[in-house]
Design a protein around this ligand. Structure first.
Ligand code: AMP
Ligand code: ZN
Length: 114
């Protein structure tokens, strides 16, 4: 989609540091890490947010979650643990309107999420 930051990253028009890629997902390091390890997993097909998940096939949606676990393993977080976060909409402070999941870890995190 034109004027979508993550579509441009997937297309290679904006640089990113790739961690993992498959036919449905692309994963790269967050430019402003909120934890010692912070990656983003995005669906290759443009969907604005999780609320619009029916625009993706079950396979594409499952691929996102599976990619989160793969990325966590590639970042060395499988044993220590990690958190997967999706911000959906205004109250969750979603800033990029292209479905993505944060993979956070590398340190002990707060027990509460809000
Ligand atoms: P959200 O607030 O859930 O929409 O998350 C968007 C995330 O995208 C934020 O954590 C940003 O730091 C991250 N971000 C924005 N621009 C870039 C970029 N060019 N490369 C990597 N991550 C980015
Ligand atoms: Zn997009």
């Amino acid at each position: 989609m034109e004027d979508c930051l993550f579509c441009k990253i997937i297309a290679g028009d904006i640089p990113s540091t790739m961690i993992y890629e498959d036919e449905d997902t692309y994963a790269f390091y967050d430019i402003h890490p909120q934890t010692k390890a912070h990656a983003l997993v995005v669906s290759k097909r443009h969907v604005p947010d999780l609320e619009r998940n029916t625009a993706l096939t079950d396979h594409e949606l499952a691929a996102c979650l599976r990619a989160c676990a793969t990325v966590a393993r590639l970042m060395g977080l499988a044993q220590s643990g990690y958190r997967v976060v999706n911000n959906c909409g205004e109250d969750a402070c979603q800033t990029v309107k292209h479905l993505h999941f944060h993979v956070l870890g590398g340190q002990k995190m707060a027990e509460r999420m809000a």
